[in-house]
Write a protein that binds this ligand. Structure first.
Ligand SMILES: *Cc1c(COP(=O)(O)O)cnc(C)c1O
Length: 394
């Protein structure tokens, strides 16, 4: 019998030949600085659990409490009968935290970006987008069917140039950027971008997935970091990374959020978060408010780890945040390096095309507030030893 899906098997075989095929690794423990993965104890530099909240007892307890009171699921989408008082409380809490009028929580950061951009723009509109923006932004842009104008990474004057060319065009303009770029760990030049957006009357939107809980006072994000309150119309954040649970949120004016309640498709057509998720998120914001020392430790760990990597001779790219790429060039080498590190007790992901451009493959590391300095020193020792063996370091 002819198998109409045979082309997929051929593609998989090609990935195996190229050395870029990846088997899923399985955690047999909670996500922690040292995790059990594929039956092996490894230092985990592969998670986004920046503040160590994913397995925090207070979050676990809050999830259980909310489950006992409200049940395991919500039974409907938000606009039908799936909005519990818990959901509204979380949105109010985040809006206050971010110093904005209102907030809506989505099932994930991905749906927050994709659902928002596609809801507010139409085919006659224009999007000015950093070339390294996240896939969920790109998908949202495509879903909107607006014209997409990509500008070189972090180049605010190039963004201004695009908007200048579009001045005579009708249609709305959206200037959109990641706050912290997920593969490189560098920060958007938000002050310059805001100025450009203001000059051309564009909507300014930022995706703070990797800045939430990391940048700004108590982890309020990039807008707070650069003190640009009131000048960014749309702020997206995630509850899946530093916050330690799952979800995405969008912050802005009351009417903008109301509009999303009526038009954002993931909000209208996909069931709301289970109570456990909402309860755990509330507990996470409580901790972020009361324990700013976690973020301080995240940053001191970051500085220590980066300095040790650089002293060992690694190329860590343009990173300014806890995301530190170790640049190796070819995707095949990145994946081999990652597998060899794992055998030596270090979990760090190899990343190649199409997630990053061809020739810019890397092993990405993310330190957290809960790693000890000893664990980080041991990680650098493993990285250097394996890299020398593989001729990545001379
Ligand atoms: C991870 C990520 C997202 C998606 O967030 P989830 O909550 O995991 O869906 C969106 N944008 C950026 C920049 C990210 O890194």
């Amino acid at each position: 019998m002819n198998n109409p899906l045979a082309y997929l098997s051929e593609q998989i075989e090609a990935w195996k030949q190229a050395g870029t095929y990846q088997r899923l690794r399985e955690l047999e423990s909670a996500c922690a600085p040292v995790s059990i993965v594929d039956h092996k104890e490894v230092i985990n530099l592969a998670s986004n659990n920046y503040l160590g909240l994913a397995n925090h007892p207070k979050l676990v307890e809050a999830a259980i409490d909310a489950t006992r009171k409200y049940g395991a699921g919500t039974g409907a989408v938000r606009t039908i009968s799936g909005t519990m008082d818990l959901h509204m409380e979380l949105e109010r809490r985040i809006a206050a935290f971010k110093n904005v009028e209102a907030c809506v929580v989505f099932q994930s950061g991905f749906t927050a970006n994709a659902g928002t951009v596609s809801a507010i723009l139409s085919p006659e509109d224009h999007i000015i987008s950093d070339e390294l923006n996240h896939a969920s932004i790109i998908d949202g842009c495509r879903l909107s069917r607006a014209r997409i104008h990509v500008f070189p990474h972090r180049d605010a004057s190039a963004a201004a140039g695009k908007l200048d060319e579009l001045q005579s065009e009708s249609g709305r303009k959206l200037l959109i950027t990641d706050g912290v770029f997920s593969m490189d760990g560098d920060i958007a030049p938000l002050a310059q971008l805001v100025e450009v957006a203001e000059r051309y009357g564009a909507i300014m939107m930022i995706d703070d997935a990797h800045a939430s809980g990391v940048l700004g006072r108590n982890g309020r994000g990039t807008v707070d970091h650069f003190n640009l309150h009131g000048r960014v119309h749309i702020q997206v954040g995630t509850l899946s990374k530093a916050v330690g649970v799952l979800g995405g949120y969008v912050c802005g004016s009351r009417d903008f959020i109301d509009y999303l309640y009526h038009r954002a498709r993931p909000f209208l057509f996909s069931t709301s978060h289970p109570p456990a998720v909402v309860g755990a998120c509330m507990a996470a914001f409580e901790i972020m408010q009361n324990e700013p020392e976690r973020i301080a430790t995240l940053w001191s760990n970051t500085a220590h780890f980066k300095k040790s990597l650089q002293q060992s001779g690694f190329n860590t790219g343009a990173s300014e945040t806890p995301i530190t790429p170790i640049m190796v060039g070819e995707a095949k080498v990145a994946h081999q390096f990652s597998r060899a590190l794992f055998e030596e007790g270090l979990f760090a992901t190899g990343i190649g095309y199409p997630t990053v451009p061809q020739g810019k493959a890397r092993v990405r590391t993310i330190v957290t507030a809960t790693h000890t300095v000893e664990q980080l020193d041991r990680a650098v020792e493993i990285l250097a030893r394996v890299a020398r063996r593989m001729n990545i370091l001379s």
